[in-house]
Design a protein around this ligand. Structure first.
Ligand SMILES: Cc1cc2nc3c(=O)[nH]c(=O)nc-3n(C[C@H](O)[C@H](O)[C@H](O)COP(=O)(O)O)c2cc1C
Length: 350
Protein backbone atom coordinates (compact mmCIF):
# COMPACT_ATOMS: atom_id res chain seq x y z
CA UNK A 1 0.00 0.00 0.00
CA UNK A 2 1.15 3.59 -0.65
CA UNK A 3 1.41 5.95 2.33
CA UNK A 4 -1.71 5.62 4.50
CA UNK A 5 -3.89 8.70 4.06
CA UNK A 6 -6.70 8.01 6.48
CA UNK A 7 -7.75 5.90 9.47
CA UNK A 8 -9.12 3.13 7.24
CA UNK A 9 -5.69 2.71 5.63
CA UNK A 10 -4.07 2.41 9.07
CA UNK A 11 -6.73 -0.10 10.11
CA UNK A 12 -5.95 -2.30 7.07
CA UNK A 13 -2.20 -2.11 7.69
CA UNK A 14 -2.66 -2.91 11.40
CA UNK A 15 -4.70 -5.98 10.49
CA UNK A 16 -1.75 -7.22 8.42
CA UNK A 17 0.78 -6.58 11.18
CA UNK A 18 -0.97 -8.08 14.20
CA UNK A 19 -1.14 -11.77 15.00
CA UNK A 20 -4.66 -13.17 15.07
CA UNK A 21 -5.17 -13.10 18.86
CA UNK A 22 -4.12 -9.49 19.32
CA UNK A 23 -6.03 -8.36 16.24
CA UNK A 24 -9.20 -10.08 17.42
CA UNK A 25 -8.81 -8.49 20.85
CA UNK A 26 -8.35 -4.96 19.48
CA UNK A 27 -10.77 -5.04 16.57
CA UNK A 28 -13.49 -7.18 18.08
CA UNK A 29 -16.67 -6.52 20.00
CA UNK A 30 -19.16 -8.43 22.11
CA UNK A 31 -21.69 -11.03 20.97
CA UNK A 32 -22.80 -10.60 17.37
CA UNK A 33 -20.88 -7.30 17.18
CA UNK A 34 -24.09 -5.45 16.28
CA UNK A 35 -23.14 -2.44 18.39
CA UNK A 36 -19.55 -2.53 17.14
CA UNK A 37 -20.83 -2.06 13.58
CA UNK A 38 -23.57 0.38 14.54
CA UNK A 39 -21.11 2.79 16.13
CA UNK A 40 -19.57 3.36 12.70
CA UNK A 41 -22.70 2.95 10.57
CA UNK A 42 -24.80 5.39 12.59
CA UNK A 43 -22.54 8.31 11.64
CA UNK A 44 -23.59 7.72 8.03
CA UNK A 45 -27.23 8.31 9.00
CA UNK A 46 -26.48 11.84 10.15
CA UNK A 47 -25.73 14.51 7.56
CA UNK A 48 -24.06 17.86 7.90
CA UNK A 49 -25.85 21.10 6.96
CA UNK A 50 -23.18 23.50 5.75
CA UNK A 51 -23.58 27.28 5.95
CA UNK A 52 -21.71 29.10 3.25
CA UNK A 53 -20.04 32.44 2.56
CA UNK A 54 -18.54 32.55 6.02
CA UNK A 55 -14.95 33.78 6.33
CA UNK A 56 -13.15 30.65 7.57
CA UNK A 57 -9.60 31.83 6.91
CA UNK A 58 -8.83 32.00 10.63
CA UNK A 59 -10.56 28.73 11.54
CA UNK A 60 -9.00 26.85 14.45
CA UNK A 61 -9.71 23.37 15.83
CA UNK A 62 -8.59 24.42 19.34
CA UNK A 63 -11.04 24.12 22.20
CA UNK A 64 -11.21 23.30 25.90
CA UNK A 65 -12.27 20.17 27.74
CA UNK A 66 -13.02 20.53 31.45
CA UNK A 67 -11.04 23.75 31.34
CA UNK A 68 -7.97 22.20 29.65
CA UNK A 69 -6.78 23.71 26.40
CA UNK A 70 -6.55 21.13 23.63
CA UNK A 71 -5.57 21.61 19.98
CA UNK A 72 -8.68 19.80 18.79
CA UNK A 73 -11.91 18.33 20.18
CA UNK A 74 -10.49 14.79 20.10
CA UNK A 75 -8.79 12.97 22.98
CA UNK A 76 -7.06 9.60 23.08
CA UNK A 77 -9.45 7.09 24.68
CA UNK A 78 -8.21 4.64 27.31
CA UNK A 79 -7.25 1.42 25.55
CA UNK A 80 -5.75 -1.50 27.47
CA UNK A 81 -2.49 -3.36 26.82
CA UNK A 82 -0.91 -1.02 24.24
CA UNK A 83 2.54 -2.62 24.37
CA UNK A 84 0.97 -5.68 22.79
CA UNK A 85 0.27 -3.52 19.72
CA UNK A 86 3.75 -1.99 19.58
CA UNK A 87 6.74 -1.81 21.96
CA UNK A 88 6.25 1.99 22.17
CA UNK A 89 3.01 1.21 24.01
CA UNK A 90 1.35 3.81 26.22
CA UNK A 91 4.50 5.96 26.32
CA UNK A 92 4.46 6.26 22.53
CA UNK A 93 0.75 7.05 22.58
CA UNK A 94 1.22 9.69 25.29
CA UNK A 95 4.08 11.33 23.38
CA UNK A 96 1.92 11.40 20.25
CA UNK A 97 -0.94 13.01 22.19
CA UNK A 98 1.45 15.58 23.64
CA UNK A 99 2.96 16.47 20.26
CA UNK A 100 -0.46 16.92 18.74
CA UNK A 101 -1.70 18.89 21.74
CA UNK A 102 -4.38 16.67 23.19
CA UNK A 103 -5.09 14.57 26.29
CA UNK A 104 -3.97 10.96 26.74
CA UNK A 105 -6.34 8.81 28.80
CA UNK A 106 -4.44 5.97 30.44
CA UNK A 107 -6.24 2.67 31.05
CA UNK A 108 -6.21 1.02 34.48
CA UNK A 109 -5.06 -2.11 32.70
CA UNK A 110 -2.21 -0.49 30.83
CA UNK A 111 1.12 -2.13 30.16
CA UNK A 112 2.97 0.97 31.40
CA UNK A 113 2.78 2.39 34.94
CA UNK A 114 1.27 5.87 35.44
CA UNK A 115 4.66 7.32 36.46
CA UNK A 116 6.21 6.44 33.08
CA UNK A 117 3.34 8.03 31.19
CA UNK A 118 3.61 11.10 33.44
CA UNK A 119 7.31 11.37 32.57
CA UNK A 120 6.35 12.12 28.95
CA UNK A 121 4.76 15.36 30.13
CA UNK A 122 1.59 14.62 28.14
CA UNK A 123 -1.65 16.12 29.41
CA UNK A 124 -3.27 13.09 31.04
CA UNK A 125 -6.42 11.64 32.54
CA UNK A 126 -6.62 8.30 34.31
CA UNK A 127 -9.30 5.70 33.53
CA UNK A 128 -10.37 3.84 36.63
CA UNK A 129 -11.76 0.36 37.06
CA UNK A 130 -12.69 -0.28 40.67
CA UNK A 131 -11.19 -3.53 41.88
CA UNK A 132 -12.71 -5.96 44.39
CA UNK A 133 -9.63 -5.32 46.53
CA UNK A 134 -10.10 -1.80 47.89
CA UNK A 135 -6.38 -1.50 48.55
CA UNK A 136 -5.59 -1.95 44.85
CA UNK A 137 -8.12 0.74 43.88
CA UNK A 138 -6.79 3.13 46.53
CA UNK A 139 -3.27 2.58 45.25
CA UNK A 140 -4.33 3.24 41.63
CA UNK A 141 -6.06 6.49 42.62
CA UNK A 142 -2.98 7.56 44.56
CA UNK A 143 -0.74 6.81 41.58
CA UNK A 144 -3.01 8.89 39.33
CA UNK A 145 -3.08 11.83 41.74
CA UNK A 146 0.62 11.73 42.60
CA UNK A 147 1.61 11.54 38.94
CA UNK A 148 -0.30 14.61 37.85
CA UNK A 149 -3.30 13.02 36.12
CA UNK A 150 -5.88 15.80 36.16
CA UNK A 151 -9.15 13.86 35.94
CA UNK A 152 -10.54 10.38 36.51
CA UNK A 153 -12.61 8.59 33.91
CA UNK A 154 -14.68 6.12 35.91
CA UNK A 155 -15.75 3.34 33.54
CA UNK A 156 -19.20 2.16 34.58
CA UNK A 157 -20.24 -0.07 31.68
CA UNK A 158 -18.09 -3.02 32.72
CA UNK A 159 -19.30 -4.55 36.02
CA UNK A 160 -18.51 -7.79 34.22
CA UNK A 161 -16.71 -8.42 30.97
CA UNK A 162 -18.68 -8.46 27.72
CA UNK A 163 -18.96 -11.68 25.80
CA UNK A 164 -15.98 -11.41 23.43
CA UNK A 165 -16.13 -14.47 21.27
CA UNK A 166 -13.10 -13.62 19.11
CA UNK A 167 -10.95 -13.97 22.25
CA UNK A 168 -12.53 -17.34 23.03
CA UNK A 169 -11.64 -18.57 19.57
CA UNK A 170 -8.04 -17.34 19.59
CA UNK A 171 -7.33 -17.88 23.30
CA UNK A 172 -5.72 -14.44 23.34
CA UNK A 173 -3.46 -13.84 26.37
CA UNK A 174 -1.10 -10.99 27.17
CA UNK A 175 2.36 -12.25 26.18
CA UNK A 176 4.63 -13.23 29.07
CA UNK A 177 7.09 -10.38 28.56
CA UNK A 178 4.41 -7.69 28.74
CA UNK A 179 3.42 -6.61 32.25
CA UNK A 180 -0.01 -5.40 33.21
CA UNK A 181 1.20 -2.53 35.39
CA UNK A 182 -1.65 -2.61 37.91
CA UNK A 183 -1.16 -6.37 38.39
CA UNK A 184 2.63 -6.36 38.28
CA UNK A 185 2.84 -9.31 35.92
CA UNK A 186 2.21 -10.63 32.43
CA UNK A 187 0.99 -13.91 31.02
CA UNK A 188 -2.62 -13.14 31.95
CA UNK A 189 -5.80 -13.17 29.90
CA UNK A 190 -8.10 -10.15 29.67
CA UNK A 191 -10.70 -12.26 31.46
CA UNK A 192 -8.41 -12.85 34.44
CA UNK A 193 -7.82 -9.12 34.72
CA UNK A 194 -11.54 -8.43 34.61
CA UNK A 195 -12.25 -10.98 37.32
CA UNK A 196 -10.48 -8.59 39.70
CA UNK A 197 -12.93 -5.77 38.92
CA UNK A 198 -15.88 -5.41 41.29
CA UNK A 199 -19.38 -6.03 39.92
CA UNK A 200 -20.83 -4.15 42.92
CA UNK A 201 -20.08 -0.51 42.13
CA UNK A 202 -23.11 1.80 42.55
CA UNK A 203 -23.97 5.49 42.31
CA UNK A 204 -23.21 5.86 46.02
CA UNK A 205 -19.51 5.22 45.30
CA UNK A 206 -19.14 8.11 42.87
CA UNK A 207 -18.72 11.05 45.20
CA UNK A 208 -16.51 9.02 47.54
CA UNK A 209 -14.12 8.12 44.71
CA UNK A 210 -14.01 11.66 43.39
CA UNK A 211 -13.29 13.23 46.79
CA UNK A 212 -10.78 10.51 47.72
CA UNK A 213 -8.91 11.29 44.50
CA UNK A 214 -9.30 15.03 44.82
CA UNK A 215 -9.87 15.00 41.06
CA UNK A 216 -12.84 15.77 38.85
CA UNK A 217 -14.57 12.60 37.76
CA UNK A 218 -16.13 11.83 34.39
CA UNK A 219 -18.54 8.90 34.17
CA UNK A 220 -17.64 6.81 31.12
CA UNK A 221 -20.26 4.53 29.62
CA UNK A 222 -23.53 6.46 29.92
CA UNK A 223 -26.18 5.81 27.24
CA UNK A 224 -29.45 7.11 28.72
CA UNK A 225 -31.01 10.35 29.95
CA UNK A 226 -31.81 8.63 33.26
CA UNK A 227 -28.19 7.81 34.02
CA UNK A 228 -27.08 11.19 32.73
CA UNK A 229 -29.28 12.85 35.36
CA UNK A 230 -27.92 10.56 38.07
CA UNK A 231 -24.38 11.47 37.00
CA UNK A 232 -25.18 15.16 37.49
CA UNK A 233 -26.88 14.48 40.85
CA UNK A 234 -23.88 12.53 42.08
CA UNK A 235 -21.40 15.26 41.32
CA UNK A 236 -19.79 14.09 38.08
CA UNK A 237 -17.77 16.75 36.30
CA UNK A 238 -18.54 15.21 32.94
CA UNK A 239 -20.03 12.30 31.04
CA UNK A 240 -18.58 10.17 28.29
CA UNK A 241 -21.40 8.72 26.21
CA UNK A 242 -19.88 5.35 25.40
CA UNK A 243 -20.64 1.70 24.83
CA UNK A 244 -17.00 0.72 25.26
CA UNK A 245 -16.48 0.52 21.52
CA UNK A 246 -19.12 -2.23 21.22
CA UNK A 247 -17.16 -4.50 23.56
CA UNK A 248 -19.57 -4.73 26.49
CA UNK A 249 -23.37 -5.04 26.06
CA UNK A 250 -24.11 -5.97 22.46
CA UNK A 251 -27.41 -4.61 21.12
CA UNK A 252 -27.24 -1.13 22.61
CA UNK A 253 -27.55 1.89 20.38
CA UNK A 254 -24.72 3.58 18.59
CA UNK A 255 -23.26 6.27 20.80
CA UNK A 256 -23.95 9.07 18.30
CA UNK A 257 -27.64 8.13 18.49
CA UNK A 258 -27.60 8.12 22.33
CA UNK A 259 -25.82 11.48 22.50
CA UNK A 260 -28.85 13.78 21.92
CA UNK A 261 -30.89 12.44 24.85
CA UNK A 262 -27.91 12.70 27.19
CA UNK A 263 -27.17 16.26 26.06
CA UNK A 264 -30.79 17.22 26.54
CA UNK A 265 -30.96 15.72 30.04
CA UNK A 266 -27.72 17.35 31.16
CA UNK A 267 -28.86 20.75 29.81
CA UNK A 268 -25.40 22.30 29.91
CA UNK A 269 -24.71 21.59 33.59
CA UNK A 270 -21.67 19.43 32.89
CA UNK A 271 -19.65 18.63 29.77
CA UNK A 272 -20.67 15.71 27.59
CA UNK A 273 -18.12 13.78 25.55
CA UNK A 274 -18.74 10.83 23.26
CA UNK A 275 -16.71 7.93 21.93
CA UNK A 276 -17.25 4.96 19.61
CA UNK A 277 -16.87 4.75 15.85
CA UNK A 278 -14.86 7.92 15.30
CA UNK A 279 -12.92 7.37 12.07
CA UNK A 280 -13.24 10.75 10.32
CA UNK A 281 -13.05 14.44 11.09
CA UNK A 282 -16.63 14.73 9.84
CA UNK A 283 -17.67 12.23 12.56
CA UNK A 284 -16.17 14.57 15.14
CA UNK A 285 -18.01 17.57 13.72
CA UNK A 286 -21.29 15.61 13.75
CA UNK A 287 -20.74 14.84 17.45
CA UNK A 288 -20.08 18.53 18.14
CA UNK A 289 -23.28 19.44 16.30
CA UNK A 290 -25.25 17.07 18.53
CA UNK A 291 -23.86 18.73 21.64
CA UNK A 292 -20.60 16.97 22.53
CA UNK A 293 -17.79 19.15 23.82
CA UNK A 294 -15.27 16.68 22.37
CA UNK A 295 -14.85 13.05 21.38
CA UNK A 296 -12.49 10.26 22.35
CA UNK A 297 -10.96 7.92 19.80
CA UNK A 298 -9.85 4.42 20.77
CA UNK A 299 -9.07 2.20 17.81
CA UNK A 300 -8.08 4.98 15.37
CA UNK A 301 -4.87 6.04 17.19
CA UNK A 302 -4.30 2.43 18.24
CA UNK A 303 -4.04 1.41 14.56
CA UNK A 304 -1.48 4.17 14.07
CA UNK A 305 0.50 2.93 17.08
CA UNK A 306 0.37 -0.63 15.73
CA UNK A 307 1.69 0.34 12.30
CA UNK A 308 4.45 2.75 13.26
CA UNK A 309 4.64 3.20 17.04
CA UNK A 310 4.66 6.76 18.36
CA UNK A 311 5.05 8.23 14.84
CA UNK A 312 2.04 6.27 13.57
CA UNK A 313 -0.16 7.31 16.48
CA UNK A 314 0.90 10.91 15.94
CA UNK A 315 0.17 10.72 12.22
CA UNK A 316 -3.34 9.38 12.83
CA UNK A 317 -4.03 12.16 15.32
CA UNK A 318 -2.66 14.74 12.87
CA UNK A 319 -4.77 13.33 10.03
CA UNK A 320 -7.87 13.56 12.21
CA UNK A 321 -7.01 17.11 13.21
CA UNK A 322 -6.56 18.09 9.55
CA UNK A 323 -9.89 16.45 8.69
CA UNK A 324 -11.63 18.26 11.56
CA UNK A 325 -10.22 21.58 10.34
CA UNK A 326 -11.41 20.98 6.78
CA UNK A 327 -14.86 19.86 7.96
CA UNK A 328 -15.24 22.92 10.19
CA UNK A 329 -14.28 25.24 7.34
CA UNK A 330 -16.61 23.52 4.89
CA UNK A 331 -19.63 23.82 7.20
CA UNK A 332 -18.85 27.51 7.75
CA UNK A 333 -17.59 27.32 11.32
CA UNK A 334 -14.48 29.06 12.60
CA UNK A 335 -14.07 26.98 15.77
CA UNK A 336 -15.57 23.90 17.46
CA UNK A 337 -17.76 26.13 19.61
CA UNK A 338 -19.33 27.60 16.46
CA UNK A 339 -20.91 24.23 15.60
CA UNK A 340 -24.57 23.97 16.57
CA UNK A 341 -27.59 21.71 16.18
CA UNK A 342 -28.45 23.59 12.97
CA UNK A 343 -25.39 22.03 11.33
CA UNK A 344 -26.83 18.51 11.36
CA UNK A 345 -29.87 16.57 10.29
CA UNK A 346 -30.98 12.96 10.11
CA UNK A 347 -30.36 11.51 6.66
CA UNK A 348 -33.60 11.39 4.73
CA UNK A 349 -34.97 7.83 4.38
CA UNK A 350 -33.76 6.26 1.13
C1 LIG B 1 -8.65 -2.85 22.55
C2 LIG B 1 -9.48 -1.94 23.40
C3 LIG B 1 -9.22 -1.89 24.77
C4 LIG B 1 -9.99 -1.03 25.57
N1 LIG B 1 -9.68 -0.93 26.89
C5 LIG B 1 -10.40 -0.09 27.67
C6 LIG B 1 -10.07 0.07 29.05
O1 LIG B 1 -9.12 -0.52 29.55
N2 LIG B 1 -10.84 0.89 29.79
C7 LIG B 1 -11.90 1.58 29.25
O2 LIG B 1 -12.59 2.31 29.96
N3 LIG B 1 -12.21 1.47 27.95
C8 LIG B 1 -11.48 0.66 27.16
N4 LIG B 1 -11.79 0.56 25.83
C9 LIG B 1 -12.88 1.38 25.26
C10 LIG B 1 -12.35 2.73 24.76
O3 LIG B 1 -11.99 3.55 25.83
C11 LIG B 1 -13.42 3.47 23.93
O4 LIG B 1 -14.61 3.54 24.68
C12 LIG B 1 -13.68 2.80 22.58
O5 LIG B 1 -12.50 2.27 22.04
C13 LIG B 1 -14.29 3.80 21.61
O6 LIG B 1 -14.58 3.18 20.39
P1 LIG B 1 -13.61 3.24 19.10
O7 LIG B 1 -12.55 2.21 19.34
O8 LIG B 1 -14.52 2.91 17.98
O9 LIG B 1 -13.03 4.65 19.03
C14 LIG B 1 -11.03 -0.28 25.00
C15 LIG B 1 -11.26 -0.33 23.63
C16 LIG B 1 -10.50 -1.14 22.82
C17 LIG B 1 -10.75 -1.15 21.34
Amino acid sequence: MSEPVNVWDYEALAAERLEAGAHGYYAGGAGDELTLGENVEAYRRWQLRPRLLVDVAGCSTATTVLGHDVSMPLLVAPVAFQRVAHPDGEVGMARAAKEVGTIMCLSTIATTPPAEVAATGAPRWFQLYVFRDEGVTRDLIAQARDNGFTALLLTVDAPVRGNRERDLRTGFAIPDGVHVASMGRGGVTPKEVFDMVTPSLTWRDLERISSEAGLPLLVKGILTAEDALLSVEHGAAGIVVSNHGGRQLDGVSATIDALPEVVEAVAGRIEVLVDGGIRRGTDVVKALALGAQAVLAGRAPLWGLTVDGEAGARRVLELLREEILTALQLIGATSPSDVTRTHIQRARAQ
